[in-house]
Design a protein around this ligand. Structure first.
Ligand code: XMP
Length: 529
């Protein structure tokens, strides 16, 4: 846990839950800071983090399975309010002397709980309510001092509590939207039972982060690599708010951003924020570097390592820089295996080691977003005054258009792709906007989530005027998705596709054909590489 952690915070002990991150997000949505910690954290280590309350997550195991995740029983003696969900409910029961039994019938999906007696957890909710269940095992006997507070037809202990010790648990998942009153239950726990305040708001967060960054940096100079992406832009705006011109941003322009993006970086950071900005025109350097390279992984490798070379050269040139600010965000840390390595400290270290510092070069790192989820980073960006088109930028590969050009990257192909891609984006931005006007929803059923052009490494015959052409096709890719894990091709109206096609062949020299990719992910991926 970073020194940055605000005083009031809820630790979510993660038992390998499908919904682990979701719990932390729900708590944060209620403006209370929350962080995920490994379930087997020793009680003294947990106490040292000074959490205000604990939530025990669900998990896929059976509590009696041989390598079932367990919890240090001493966490229940720290005097902290605890709320357990699903596996967390069962582990609380067995750890405190109750029993869990294999049920004949499991419960998966919606279920109706009927309440038993009064409970401060359920204040303001009806006696019968719909909840989301996902379990086979169930608590069969509650620990001493506990009472049952609800049941279902097949689950005798749908929730239990020992109000005196502020220990509560539910077999169901209050964090899932399908649990009708889940939000209210969480509110009851956080505000009435734990007495926490809803103070984790964007304005407070900015004030806190600014103070922290100032304390951490002191008088030192900081450097930051701007990529044009959301995370580095938000860190730049935040660090600049904190330390002003002690920050220099280095924008390594590899020439493979989309049309208009380098100009946007200049406009926002140099003109609007007035951040000292070094725009390194490395376009030709990258062109030489990628000459003859056709293999996508090799393109990625070369582009990535060259970035650091250019960046560190620039840092040396600026001189006297001691710190490096980075846009690491919370999922980077969680996904890099906090759980696997058994603790966040070791993970952060291995993650930092990925930066290829040259011999004899070292910078202290600041990563002020390392505990934020992506949507929180966006919110922060908006609150700091970054424009929507930067904050809500679509996902974009680090190596940029290089991987959307199949085969060798040349300046001629880059020019074609940038121009074709700009048309795809313009038309589909307008299409999404029309859907928004019709439905009132930003991500409605048929709106496109990500869209771009791809340039394959082939040519085909066409005819333009009276001339035979032998030119390139452009592939249009547009998908509906929510998280890029799965995606479907967008069912675009023919007139939209037709306009994209006719505009590209008319406006982009070197293109005589436009095709639309109608493959979902899986089996395809979103990008072509
Ligand atoms: P695929 O092609 O695997 O892509 O379906 C899934 C999502 O990831 C994005 N993507 C990247 N994002 N750096 C990123 O930040 C990268 O190097 C990168 N490569 C792919 C892709 O655009 C899609 O949204």
């Amino acid at each position: 846990m970073s020194e940055a952690t605000p005083k009031q915070f809820v630790a979510v002990l993660d038992f390998g839950a499908q919904y682990g991150q979701l719990i932390a997000r729900r708590v944060r949505d209620l403006h209370v800071y929350s962080e995920i910690v490994p379930c087997d954290i020793p009680a003294d280590e947990l106490a040292a983090m000074k959490p205000s309350a604990l939530i025990l997550s669900g998990g896929p195991a059976s509590v009696y399975a041989e390598d079932a995740p367990s919890v240090d029983p001493a966490i229940f003696t720290l005097g902290l309010p605890v709320l357990g969900f699903c596996y967390g409910h069962q582990i609380m029961a067995v750890t405190l002397g109750g029993e869990v039994a294999h049920s004949e019938v499991g419960e998966y999906g919606p279920a109706t709980i009927v309440r038993d007696g009064e409970s401060s957890l359920y204040v303001g909710t009806p006696d019968e309510q719909t909840v989301w269940m996902s379990h086979r095992d169930a608590v069969s006997r509650v620990p001493e001092g506990f009472v049952v507070t609800s049941h279902t037809d097949v689950c005798p202990v749908a929730s239990m509590e020992c109000a005196e010790r502020k220990l509560f648990s539910t077999q169901f998942h209050p964090e899932v939207r399908h649990t009708e009153h889940g939000r209210r239950l969480l509110e009851n726990f956080l505000f009435d039972i734990c007495g926490l305040d809803a103070t984790w708001t964007m304005d407070n967060i900015i004030d806190e982060k600014v103070a922290e960054i100032r304390a951490q940096v002191g008088e030192r100079k900081v450097i930051l690599g701007l990529s044009g992406g959301v995370d580095s832009s938000v860190v730049a705006a935040l660090v600049h708010r904190a330390i002003g011109d002690q920050l220099t941003c280095v924008f390594v322009n590899h020439g493979m951003l989309r049309k208009g993006e380098p100009e946007m970086v200049e406009e926002v950071f140099r003109d609007q924020f007035q951040v000292p900005l070094v725009h390194v025109h490395a376009e030709q350097r990258y062109e030489r570097l990628l000459a003859g390279v056709t293999e996508p992984e090799e393109k990625r490798r070369r582009i990535g390592s060259e970035f650091w070379k250019v960046f560190f050269d620039e840092a040396q040139r600026i001189g006297g820089v001691e710190m490096l600010a980075q846009g690491t965000i919370y999922p980077d840390i969680i996904e890099s295996g906090a759980r696997k390595t058994g603790g966040k400290a070791s993970t952060i270290k291995s993650h930092h080691n990925l930066i290829p510092f040259p011999e004899g070069v070292h910078f202290d790192l600041i990563e002020p977003l390392d505990h934020f989820f992506k949507d929180e980073v966006r919110e922060l960006g908006v609150a700091l005054g970054l424009p929507d088109r930067m904050v809500y930028r679509q996902p974009f590969p680090g190596p940029g258009l290089a991987i959307r050009i199949i085969g060798e990257v040349t300046s001629e192909k880059l020019e074609i792709l940038k121009n074709a891609d700009a048309i795809v984006r313009e038309e589909l931005d307008a299409y999404n906007e029309r859907l928004f006007e019709e439905t009132g929803e930003r991500n409605s059923e048929h709106s496109c989530w990500q869209y771009f052009a791809v340039l394959p490494d082939i040519r085909s015959v066409g005819v333009m005027g009276d001339e035979r052409t032998y030119a390139r096709p452009v592939i249009v890719r547009a998908v509906e998705s929510s998280d890029a894990m799965t995606a479907d091709w967008a069912k675009l109206p023919y007139d939209v596709l037709g306009r994209i096609s006719s505009r590209i062949v008319a406006e982009v020299p070197g293109v005589n054909r436009v095709v639309y990719d109608v493959t979902p992910k899986p089996p395809a991926t979103i990008e072509w590489e």
